[in-house]
Design a protein around this ligand. Structure first.
Ligand code: NAI
Length: 372
């Protein structure tokens, strides 16, 4: 196994692992451990080249720092990517080698499921390292995080409705869901159960048929779903759903869904704000999966976990309020909220270190206010 470290300002550690015998090429980026060990998924994709993989892991690990901070979890942000085809290139040797990579990072990075990996893969990794969550229930883990994510998105949609319409009631609202995968299908069931009228879309026709049959949802072609007239448009498929072109055509009051990296560009975000559409920032509303997958790790019991997932709604209300008060876009307000959580923790840590140094030198420590 070969390990190379790459230095980059703003990142604590970037490690490239290569094990040709096991067919492993992996990048692990630890963006920040300011709040705790860096948690983040293992993404497996046939990346175009090294640069493509590196850019992805850097972007994703930074986003995890913001997501964990926004969810008020004692976790930092990290991510790993494995270069390979998830349908062809998985093997016990690959997971063993990857498990050894994680072990060598001594717990600074905690892996979890992501695109291209599954709870079964986390099980395989967990045979070789302790630093992994999201294993299957059979191995004592939390399994697929999608239902936690869907519950968080539901709480976020309610908060957005409250902010926009003065009441969080879902009954009678029309909601368009793009993508009926693991998260989208659970969200559809929850929304339909609460009395929403649904418009749904998926590139897999059978998923639309199923939603139409089960919830009376209207089926909309994938190229048209963003144009559906509705109260809430919920992107739950791939990233980049909100481009300048699609934003111009939206006919909703609110965008609130699970997909990561919904804004294809900052111009798309500006246009959303200009059009007066309320945007629930992606990493704030989709943190339920992270909360569910790491609940045991951070010592949350099921009631604490559910309360934290619910609090996604309250956090979004803070973001909306801040955006309104400070004349910001909601994604800008979310970044400031997350950065403040991190800065507060870093200042507390500095004070704690100074206090310990003073005490061990037999000097009376300086007094600082307990709240920062
Ligand atoms: P998934 O892969 O199970 O579902 C995605 C669905 O979108 C599939 O049914 C696919 O056929 C459909 N789709 C793809 N392109 C489409 C298009 N152009 N129009 C309509 N449908 C399309 O993924 P999952 O787990 O449901 O995640 C959905 C999104 O939420 C992803 O962006 C993911 O990164 C994000 N997310 C998921 C979390 C989780 O716990 N699974 C946690 C946080 C974010």
């Amino acid at each position: 196994m070969e390990m190379i470290n790459i230095q980059k300002t703003g990142y604590e550690k970037i490690a490239v692992f290569r094990d040709p015998d096991a067919g492993l090429r992996a990048y692990v980026a630890i963006h920040s451990t300011a709040l705790g060990p860096a948690a983040g998924g293992v993404r497996m994709r046939p990346y175009r080249d090294e640069q493509d993989a590196l850019e992805d892991v850097l972007r994703l690990s930074r986003a995890m720092t913001y997501k964990a901070a926004m969810a008020n979890l004692p976790l930092g942000g990290g991510k790993s990517v494995i270069v390979g085809d998830p349908a062809r290139d998985k093997s016990p040797a690959l997971w063993e080698a990857f498990g050894r990579c994680l072990e060598s990072l001594e717990g600074d990075y905690i892996a979890a499921e992501d695109m291209g990996t599954s709870p079964a893969d986390m099980d395989a990794i967990s045979r070789h390292t302790r630093h992994v969550v999201g294993t299957s229930a059979a191995r004592g883990g939390t399994g697929d995080p999608a239902s936690y994510t869907a519950r968080g998105v539901l709480a976020g949609i309610q908060a957005a409705l409250l902010w926009r319409f003065g009441e969080e009631k879902i009954a009678g609202r029309r909601i368009a869901i793009q993508g009926l995968g693991a998260v989208g299908s659970e969200l559809a069931a929850a929304l339909a159960g609460a009395g929403a009228a649904l418009a749904v879309s998926d590139v897999r026709g059978e998923r639309m048929e199923e939603a139409a049959g089960m919830f009376g949802a209207e089926r909309v072609a994938p190229e048209d779903i963003h144009r559906a007239e509705c109260d809430v448009f919920a992107p739950c498929a791939m990233g980049g759903a909100l481009t300048e072109e699609t934003v111009k055509e939206l006919r909703c009051e609110v965008v609130a869904g699970s997909a990561n990296n919904q804004l294809a560009s900052s111009n798309a975000g500006k246009l959303l704000a200009l059009r007066g559409i309320l945007y629930a920032p992606d990493y704030a509303i989709n943190a339920g999966g992270l909360i569910g997958a790491t609940a045991r790790l951070v010592g949350l019991d099921p009631a604490g976990r559910e309360a934290k997932i619910k609090s996604i709604g309250t956090r979004l209300l803070r973001v909306f309020l801040r955006a309104e008060r400070e004349g910001l876009r909601t994604e800008e307000a979310a970044n400031l909220e997350a950065e403040e959580v991190i800065h507060t923790k870093l200042v507390r840590r500095k004070i704690g270190e100074a206090r310990r140094r003073a005490l061990s030198a037999g000097v009376r420590p300086a007094r600082y206010a307990r709240t920062v």
